[in-house]
Design a protein around this ligand. Structure first.
Ligand code: 1PW
Length: 214
């Protein structure tokens, strides 16, 4: 069943991530940020309690959108061109945040780590038993990924927010992809594309030793 016109569907988010990877395995920032914008809408639809989570994502998306629409937008067409440009121009703080606190490289790194969480969470949701607790799946995937980069107070607030998540079936319905069964099939088709974006980014950042940017 198609989502009603104008209604949010997680399918569009996932297809943006699909569109983000080119044949040459480059990651296009336009579709990548479009995917993130959709994710934020999705997070907001989960209730106000998730707004502290989406707020930081929005701030980071905005930083990246201003680069992508700015004077040097050609350099920010792909993740690969951004990394090459920022490194060659000395625009990345490597040791500690100082002159370039909001480089594209460090900003995308935060989104990239969060994408891993999303990937694990949706995979957990897809493969879980019907009666599994969404909050447990979400907490487990968070602890296995993004939590390592967060101070105690954020970890605590995040874990409290997760308790407000709806049941697995309700969650699959919020995705607006059809029945829970159809949503599970969509996830199975779409998750490899998120994995691919994640994997290419991870490789690129590892190659340039950017995985621990302050
Ligand atoms: C239901 C599953 C959805 C997954 C969506 C992922 C959204 C991720 C946003 C997490 C934000 C938590 C609060 C903010 C923490 C920031 O300090 C942190 N940002 C992130 C994205 O981890 C680090 O950014 P900073 O402080 O180094 O600029």
């Amino acid at each position: 069943m198609a989502a009603a016109a104008g209604a949010f569907s997680l399918r569009e988010v996932l297809s943006a991530f699909q569109a983000a990877v080119t044949e040459r395995r480059e990651v296009l920032l336009g579709p990548y940020l479009r995917g993130w914008r959709g994710l934020v809408r999705f997070l907001n639809s989960l209730g106000a309690i998730f707004s502290f989570i989406s707020k930081d994502a929005v701030a980071k998306i905005q930083i990246m959108e201003s680069y992508c629409g700015g004077e040097r937008q050609e350099e920010y067409r792909t993740l690969q061109s951004m990394v090459a440009y920022e490194l060659a121009s000395g625009l990345v703080d490597i040791q500690r945040r100082s002159e370039h606190p909001d480089s594209g490289c460090r900003t995308v790194l935060r989104l990239h780590r969060a994408l891993r969480w999303l990937q694990l969470f949706l995979e957990g949701l897809r493969t879980a038993q019907e009666d599994s607790k969404t909050s447990t799946i979400c907490t487990d995937s968070y602890n296995a990924s993004l939590a390592a980069y967060h101070p105690w107070v954020i970890r605590k607030a995040a874990t409290v927010a997760f308790c407000a998540l709806p049941s697995r079936n309700a969650f699959l319905e919020i995705m607006n992809v059809g029945t829970p069964e159809e949503a599970v099939i969509m996830l199975g088709d779409a998750l490899p594309h998120i994995s691919s974006v994640y994997g290419i980014t991870e490789e690129l950042y590892a190659q340039h030793k950017l995985l621990n940017l302050p």
